[in-house]
Ligand binder design. Structure first.
Ligand SMILES: NC(=O)NCCC[C@H](N)C(=O)O
Length: 401
């Protein structure tokens, strides 16, 4: 079950439908939770169902992270271990509180435990289970959770990278998203769907800042990696050493350095692949990007070279002319507005056929004119989390092209 490109016909994908965690978002913590607005859950769920229906109609098989997780926790008796890993990444410092939270989660059904780990655990739910009162009882108003909600969980793309058959687990840049990757870590180890996959980086504590939204699979032996707000220089060095030299799974890593800004947090918020030779780029950054090519050299280390331009770098790797299509229009206002609405975050389900939010009218029109088939989905609530169709999907299998 391999992924050897960005555009090969998509066969299996992993999603997460947003749940109650969105109702635990509140204004004081929006920035820390990496949201700019509060989505309306009911509508966000309907929109997400629309997304999964579009995928199903296109023949894609869908798996939901929480369902897969419940299966392995029961089957492999992993509940205790999984809860403990979450507690280790939480802020709970008081041993009595930790024990009470652990008992609370252990006593729930597995499905409920998984749901609670994602939606967050409120302090008042655990109060009666604690033997003693603690300092945290007094701070309930400022932060009401022992386990904070994971509202970005529906952006499954960011949790890791499926490259060929193996999985590189992300190391989330922000503390508020760290626990999200535990789900993928366990699935890779225990779920039959990932039986043939090897985890390439198991130590989640290093490298700091490596997120799936920054990695595109250009072709079987080449990755494109965004050097961005979320994926660091150290992570790219580490990735190059591991994939090009140690494991020798890839021949090249093409690095695209983008401005380190919230609006462009990952490469896939400004740049995606549409077809064999077509890419979509947000024009607002075209003069600010720098490109580099990383390859293994004959002494067993990595050579890094600066490239002249994005298109010439892609052309050299693909060995064919490429076309870069600009999102929005040539006016910076429309392009920037639509990029903020994830116009550039397209999900290819086969070469030349992509899923996009319908709100980005100008970009979708341009794509149509360029011969790209666009399947439009509603996303006015989903987009409030700052992600689009590519961010919301973790491909498990694509047909080779
Ligand atoms: N690949 C992506 O760009 N994912 C979107 C992540 C949005 C999330 N609220 C975040 O800021 O991390």
């Amino acid at each position: 079950m391999k992924v050897t490109s960005e555009i090969g016909p998509l066969q299996k994908v992993m999603l997460y439908k947003p749940g109650k965690e969105l109702e635990y978002l509140f204004p004081m913590y929006l920035e820390e939770m990496l949201f700019d607005e509060i989505p309306w859950l009911k509508r966000a769920q309907e929109e997400h169902d629309g997304f999964s229906d579009t995928l199903k109609k296109a023949g894609v098989e869908i798996y939901y992270v929480d369902e897969l997780m419940s299966e392995i926790l029961d089957r492999n008796n992993l509940k205790k271990q999984f809860i403990t890993e979450h507690l280790n990444l939480s802020d709970i410092a008081n041993p009595d509180t930790r024990e009470a939270v652990f008992d609370y989660l252990m006593n729930k059904t597995t499905t409920e435990t998984v749901k609670t780990l994602i939606k967050g655990l409120r302090k008042d739910y655990v109060e009666q289970l604690k033997k003693e009162s603690s300092f945290s009882d007094l701070t309930k108003e400022s932060f009401p959770f022992y386990l904070s909600p994971l509202p970005s969980m529906y952006f499954t793309r960011d949790h890791g990278i499926k490259a060929q058959d193996d999985i590189i687990l992300s190391s989330m840049f922000n503390m508020s998203r760290k626990r999200e990757t535990l789900f993928l870590k366990y699935l890779v180890e225990y779920h039959p769907l990932f039986a043939s996959s090897k985890p390439l980086a198991e130590d989640l504590s290093w490298p700091h800042g490596l997120e799936g939204g920054d990695v595109l699979v250009l072709k079987e032996d080449t990755l494109i990696v965004g050097y961005s707000e979320r994926t660091t220089e150290q992570a790219i060095e580490w990735l190059a050493h591991n994939l090009l030299v140690q494991e020798e799974i890839f021949k090249e890593i093409l690095v695209v350095e983008i401005p380190k800004k919230r609006a462009y947090m990952h490469l896939d918020t400004v740049f995606t692949m549409l077809d064999y030779d077509k890419f979509l780029l947000y024009p607002g950054i075209k003069d600010a990007i720098h490109c580099y090519r990383l390859r293994k050299n004959s002494h067993g280390s990595v050579d890094s070279n600066k490239e002249e331009s994005l298109s010439s770098m892609l052309e050299k790797s693909l060995d064919r002319p490429v076309k870069i299509i600009y999102s929005g229009e040539q006016t910076p206002i429309t392009a920037a507005r639509e990029q903020w609405g994830d116009s550039t975050n397209t999900l290819a389900i086969k070469p030349g056929k992509v899923i996009c939010y319908n709100r980005n009218e100008r970009t979708n029109e341009i794509l149509n004119k360029e011969g790209i088939e666009v399947l439009e989905i509603e996303g006015s609530e989903l987009v409030r989390g700052r992600g689009g169709p590519r961010c919301m999907s973790f491909p498990i299998m694509r047909e080779p092209i």
